[in-house]
Design a protein around this ligand. Structure first.
Ligand code: NAP
Length: 261
């Protein structure tokens, strides 16, 4: 049983930008050695690794498309060889897909599911044998409040459905792994400022979107990546060992849920 953060090793998928970057920084600040996984932006990953190294931490950047199981297995092998046995896995990599019933097409949906759902399964499959052998693990899946299915924000049907699947798998995997000392939880972020949400909007367009989401949050603001990292840090910590199978909404108190029973 690991009693503190010392000697721990984490993989954060999609760790170079957005929410993932805040999580990586937070874990590294606790002394955790971190694999910063990325697909398209080696510059962002290398910059983050350099920042952590300069502060005396340990981190490596590893390219792997989480939709590709062989690449994920290779990423875990490299992590174990260079940093040590993986005790924390944060499944943060995810993509959006704006499609309506009319515009749905199978390739787009297949890619969405391959990253958001299969990616989560691939990484868990790749780390779970080692975690079982050491009788310790913390797995945190980043889903979304969209996964509850009833947020008032229109569109995003298919993205929401992948995140609902992540929520269900979180609970099912927790059931399977609990007796092995492994907790599995999900963090469901609300609307948070990152490349994914800002997208191609200009400053005025973003201000309008942000104000709209701020209005439907009890706290009156959208999220900051650090808000999400706070929850991930807690669920990744040795102190959270009796918390599993939970989906924690971190959304500033969203109020735009459709109340159909
Ligand atoms: P983001 O700014 O678009 O960053 C996404 C990250 O995921 C990037 O680092 C990207 O890598 C990586 N990635 C994408 N596809 C990948 C793949 N196939 N394999 C490995 N890495 C991949 O997104 P974000 O807003 O930080 O979102 C992070 C997670 O939170 C996602 O799962 C998203 O669905 C969820 N979420 C976000 C919000 C929000 O409001 N921002 C709300 C709810 C849920 P590269 O840097 O190499 O491109």
């Amino acid at each position: 049983m690991t009693a503190n953060w010392a000697g721990q090793v984490a993989i954060v998928t999609g760790g170079a930008r957005g929410l993932g970057r805040a999580m990586v920084r937070r874990l590294a600040a606790q002394g955790v050695a971190v694999t910063v996984n990325y697909t398209s932006r080696p510059d962002a990953a290398d910059e983050l690794v350099a920042e952590i190294s300069a502060a005396g931490g340990r981190a490596i950047a590893v390219q792997a498309d989480v939709a590709d199981e062989a690449a994920v297995i290779a990423m875990v092998a490299r992590t174990e060889a260079e940093l040590g046995p993986v005790s924390i896995l944060v499944n943060n990599a995810g993509i959006g897909w704006a499609a309506t019933i009319e515009s749905w097409e199978p390739q787009g949906f297949a890619r969405l599911r391959a990253v958001n759902v299969d990616g989560t399964i691939h990484t868990i499959r790749a780390v779970v044998a080692g975690m079982k052998a050491r009788h310790y693990g913390r797995i945190i899946n980043i889903s979304s409040v969209a996964g509850f299915g009833t947020t008032g924000f229109p569109g995003n049907h298919f993205y929401s459905s992948t995140k609902a699947e992540v929520n269900v798998l979180t609970k099912r995997f927790a059931l399977e792994l609990g007796r092995h000392g492994i907790t599995v939880n999900a963090v469901a972020p609300g609307f948070t400022r990152t490349d994914m949400t800002v997208g191609k909007r200009n400053a005025a367009e973003w201000a309008e979107v942000e104000a709209g989401f701020a209005k439907v949050a009890m706290t009156g603001r959208v999220g900051d990546p650090d808000d999400i990292a706070n929850a991930v840090e807690f669920l990744a910590s040795p102190a959270s060992g009796w918390i599993t199978a939970q989906v924690l909404a971190v959304d500033g108190g969203r109020m735009d849920y459709i109340a159909h029973g």
